[in-house]
Design a protein around this ligand. Structure first.
Ligand SMILES: NC(=O)c1ccc[n+]([C@@H]2O[C@H](COP(=O)([O-])OP(=O)(O)OC[C@H]3O[C@@H](n4cnc5c(N)ncnc54)[C@H](O)[C@@H]3O)[C@@H](O)[C@H]2O)c1
Length: 384
């Protein structure tokens, strides 16, 4: 049997939706189930988990359910342990900056959910502090690992589009108000004071999707709304929804590419997937979602003629061609964890760091500024 190389990870926020499902169960426990992460020089990295949270009973339950024994409500004590080398954060956004700051001070490598902080200055401070401390750092950018977006990225790299003109993104679904049917997202997302809001939540994702697949974002114009002003929380109590629940954004990218992305928790789905991007280029177009990606080449593009007097004879959706998988796609969160673990253990390349996270927070902050001031805002480059 190949030797296990233990790597200690403090996981904070594992009782939450993302921390539990995607990071604990679907990533780190799944990595253990597959026998660890193979290392270049032999041996397999074996995550040793220390679960951290606020609620003792919930933590004990999560740990017991998965045969884990190492958990604590004392973050400081967990960070002081010499057998721990990575701190991971999936807490509510508003608690993140403080906890990551402590972990950097304790000399731990950092891996974290987005957004990395609630303000740009906070996000930049974290990136600077991590660099100064010489620790490795990474931020979850899961959408890049979705099969649909991997196929889209492959099309871009393969030159399918010719000159890319525009990107149209549509993200969202109806989040129930919580009165007559339970809401399917935590209530803090709808309170500005608790770090909620769809711009803060989704613009960091749009930033790395646009930057990594297409080109850097140079300017943003956004209009935001709180379409549903009253919601009901986890205890069935009504509250004022003070955060934006819809954002209508225009992003100007290098090369004249215009990206328009609608994000909304107050929209009913009439699409094939919860997020879809249509990309139009001179040579062809594509529509990519979470899993699927369909294309239409210029040579197979129909020539519709506008005539409202006659019913359309074209079945437009059927004129697109499915892009094959041609690959095996693992869970995106797990794939990124494996890359980060190898980055820490054997210096494997890794690009999605706290600076990338800060650029995502910057786009959210500028999007909110654009909405507040009713104008287009340019994105300045972050120093280091
Ligand atoms: N990458 C993605 O696709 C994605 C998707 C959803 C959420 N997120 C991010 O993950 C983080 C967690 O989101 P979630 O949907 O899992 O939230 P959640 O409410 O389900 O979980 C929050 C976690 O933080 C803990 N916590 C610590 N301090 C808290 C406090 N003061 N109030 C409330 N909870 C507190 C909770 O105990 C829980 O473990 C957020 O930063 C969010 O932006 C990322």
């Amino acid at each position: 049997m190949t030797a296990r190389v233990p790597i200690g990870i403090v996981m904070n926020g594992v009782t939450g939706r993302m921390g539990y499902r995607q990071h604990l169960v679907r990533s780190l426990l799944a990595i253990r189930e597959q026998g660890g992460v193979p290392l270049r020089g032999g041996g397999r990295l074996w995550p040793e988990l220390v679960l951290v949270g606020r609620n003792e009973a919930k933590l004990r339950d999560v740990a017991a359910q998965h045969g884990l024994t190492d958990w604590t409500t004392d973050l400081g004590a967990a960070l002081a342990r010499p057998d721990v080398s990575i701190y991971f954060d999936a807490q509510v956004t508003s608690e993140r900056e403080k906890a990551i700051g402590l972990a950097i001070e304790a000399g731990k490598h950092i891996y974290t959910e987005k957004p990395t902080a609630t303000t740009l200055s906070g996000a930049v401070d974290l990136a600077r502090a991590a660099d100064a401390a010489g620790v490795r750092h990474g931020v979850v950018q899961d959408k890049l690992f979705l099969p649909g977006l991997r196929k889209l990225d492959r099309l871009v790299r393969g030159g399918f589009f010719g000159r890319i003109l525009s990107v149209r993104g549509e993200f969202g679904y109806w989040v129930f108000e919580g009165d007559w049917q339970e809401a399917q997202r935590p209530s803090w997302n709808y309170r500005a004071a608790d770090g909620g809001g769809i711009v803060v939540d989704m613009f960091p994702h749009w930033h790395y999707v646009l930057e990594q697949i297409f080109a850097p974002v140079r300017a943003v114009t956004a209009h935001i709304a709180t379409h549903i002003p009253r919601r009901w929380d986890e205890d069935g109590q009504p509250y004022d929804a003070t955060a934006d629940d819809a954002a209508y954004g225009i992003f100007e990218l290098d090369g004249g590419i215009v990206a328009q992305i609608n994000s909304s928790w107050a929209v009913r789905v009439n699409r094939d997937e919860l997020v879809e991007f249509q990309v139009d280029g001179t040579e062809g177009s594509a529509v990519a979602g979470l899993r699927r990606c369909r294309v239409q080449h210029r040579s197979t593009t129909p020539k519709p003629v506008w005539n409202p007097d006659l019913p359309s004879t074209d079945d437009f959706r059927s004129q697109w061609q499915e892009v094959p998988d041609n690959d095996v796609y693992d869970n995106g969160f797990k794939a990124q964890w494996e890359m980060f673990l190898r980055h820490v253990a054997e210096d494997a390349p890794y690009t999605w760091d706290l600076w990338a996270g800060a650029r995502g927070v910057q786009l959210a902050e500028l999007g909110l500024q654009s909405a507040r001031e009713g104008r287009r805002v340019e994105v300045t480059e972050l120093g280091s």
